[in-house]
Write a protein that binds this ligand. Structure first.
Ligand SMILES: [Zn+2]
Length: 276
């Protein structure tokens, strides 16, 4: 079973079918993992297991969604990586991906499916069409998850050609997560373009929470990007960062690999080719 399947099997085993019944503390208790909330320093959560019982210590946050994600993450470790102790920094993909990652990623996937199981999440997402940040905030209220975790799940379910990206206060790309069906040929700009809504948000404080049309060249380095249209929305995130949701236009999905795209900097898998 994949981490996501394991999490969803646990939810199904408890007979939970509605988001309001996804009480992570009770779900953890049922799995013999006690949860305590403390003002942890330097990490988001820890897990210590003794025999068949575990204690997860989760950093207190004013955002309940973050606490819930941490509980789900530690439950993932307890469920899948028993016999080890963990000290985790969760719910920040930039940090998790930078550090070791397989077990942390598995625990993140587990938490994501535990809090937003496919059977409950996908029908609600489908009803939203192409959601902007307002709709995603509403969805995150339904599931009591953070907006970030909800956006990640939106990319994960791969029902829309969406890329989630985070740019820092200097307009530099920190990390990105694309739905699986987004062709890797589309190479995201490392630095925000002056014409992007995100640039306007960074410099003039103007939010664009609803998707608005943009020429694809605003967001992608590919030389043929000026021939395509896409949509963009963005909101401020923590620590002066900007969170962006990009939806590829339908024609962008059919664009074929072109050896000249990006001045041959990229291969058909979207990987940067080092010139010899
Ligand atoms: Zn962890």
């Amino acid at each position: 079973m994949t981490p996501g399947q394991r999490a969803e099997a646990r939810i199904a085993g408890l007979g939970i079918t509605e988001p309001r019944d996804l009480d992570v503390d009770l779900i953890a208790m049922d799995a013999d993992m006690e949860v305590v909330y403390e003002n942890l320093q330097g990490c988001e959560a820890t897990l210590v297991g003794v025999g068949n019982r575990a204690i997860a210590t989760v950093r207190r946050s004013t955002v309940r969604g973050r606490e819930r994600f941490s509980v789900g993450h530690e439950l993932g470790h307890w469920d899948m990586h028993r016999g080890r102790a963990f000290r985790c920094r969760v719910d920040d993909p930039g940090q998790n991906w930078a550090s070791d990652a397989l077990l942390e990623k598995e625990a993140d996937t587990y938490a994501s499916h535990l809090l937003m199981p496919t059977s409950m999440f996908n029908p609600r997402m489908k009803a939203l069409g192409t959601p902007g940040f307002r709709e995603i905030e509403d969805l995150s209220e339904v599931f009591a998850t953070s907006v970030l975790a909800t956006c990640m799940r939106v990319a994960d379910i791969n029902t829309l050609p969406v890329t989630l990206a985070c740019y820092n206060a200097r307009g530099v790309l920190r990390w990105r997560k694309a739905a699986e069906d987004v062709p890797p040929r589309w190479w995201l700009r490392q630095q925000l373009d002056d014409d992007s809504f995100a640039y306007e948000l960074l410099h003039n404080g103007k939010s664009h929470p609803s998707p608005g049309k943009q020429p694809a060249e605003v967001w992608f380095e590919n030389m043929d990007a000026d021939q395509y249209e896409m949509s963009e929305c963005c909101v401020p995130s923590r620590a002066g960062e900007i969170m962006v949701l990009l939806y590829l236009g339908p024609k962008m999905l059919d664009a074929r690999y072109d050896p000249h795209v990006g001045n041959r900097k990229f291969n058909q898998h979207g990987l940067r080719v080092t010139r010899k």
